[in-house]
Design a protein around this ligand. Structure first.
Ligand code: ADP
Length: 245
């Protein structure tokens, strides 16, 4: 049996009169590539924000690896092993790619703050992530001079630098060119094969269907279907709610 990685029970969140999460009970398995899909406004971002501590749910429970993490601060949740990228990509524009990746473990982003062997090994580790993501040649470039897709890879390198067991990706394919898209797909599968769990919010259905083991479909703030790609592709509720047919 696979252990539960990330789970929510009856998660609710309203903004004024708008219900964003309407009692969402979801379970993602450890070691899988999970996707969370659904129409715009179905609550996917709010779900990510609640599980990573960016916003507090009105009620319900978020648990990670069996521990209750409901309402904890983002940095504490990150320390449990949950890493996250953002739809609108969070990098420091005036820092170099290398400094950006180091900032994930050295909050001030100052490599000068590290000394000796520790400094050397962190730089080596950061460089190896940049290499793994195919952007090592940009290590000395400021993030603002990198393309959108390269900045997304850079953000992911920073997330991986913290060695999270579970990685939440918020629209990794958004605004990324087709060649890079393929690379992201391959990378996710490789990183998963090494033991990392993924939860991915994504609109690109080709990508979702090709890399996911398990898909959860949201509509109006709660799951309406879940299963492997072969099942989700043909589920009538999904076709109705999401694909509009
Ligand atoms: P998705 O990511 O699936 O597009 P969201 O979680 O962004 O969905 O939004 C769910 C609903 O909650 C939408 O109706 C949206 O307008 C509303 N919503 C989300 N965040 C806020 C907010 N900060 N203030 C007001 N309404 C919000």
């Amino acid at each position: 049996m696979t252990a539960t990685s990330l789970a929510t029970h009856e998660l609710r969140k309203a903004f004024g009169g708008v219900t964003a999460l309407d009692g969402a009970t979801v379970e993602f398995q450890h070691g899988k590539v999970n996707a969370l899909i659904g129409p715009n406004g179905s609550g996917k971002t709010t779900f990510f924000n609640c599980v990573t501590g960016m916003i507090k749910p009105d009620s319900g429970v978020v648990s990670y690896a069996g521990k209750d993490i409901t309402g904890k601060a983002p940095h504490r949740i990150a320390r449990h092993g949950l890493g996250r990228t953002f739809q609108l990509c969070r990098t420091f524009p005036r820092m170099t790619a290398l400094e950006n990746v180091l900032s994930a473990v050295q909050p001030k982003g100052l490599i000068g703050g590290l000394r000796g062997a520790k400094r050397r090994s962190e730089i080596d580790r950061a460089m190896s992530w940049l290499t793994r993501l195919g952007i090592e040649h940009l290590a000395g470039n400021e993030a603002r001079d990198m393309s959108w897709g390269q900045q997304k890879l850079l953000e992911l390198a920073g997330v991986l630098m913290a060695e999270p067991a579970t990685v939440l990706l918020d629209e990794p394919a958004g605004g990324v060119n087709p060649a890079l898209l393929d690379r992201i797909g391959v990378l996710v599968r490789e990183l998963n094969a090494e033991g990392r769990t993924f939860v991915i919010v994504e609109h690109n259905m080709d990508l979702v269907m090709s890399i996911s083991d398990h898909i959860v479909v949201f509509d109006r703030g709660r799951p309406i279907a879940e299963g492997p790609p072969s099942v989700i592709k043909t589920d009538e509720r999904v076709l109705g709610a999401y694909l509009g047919v």
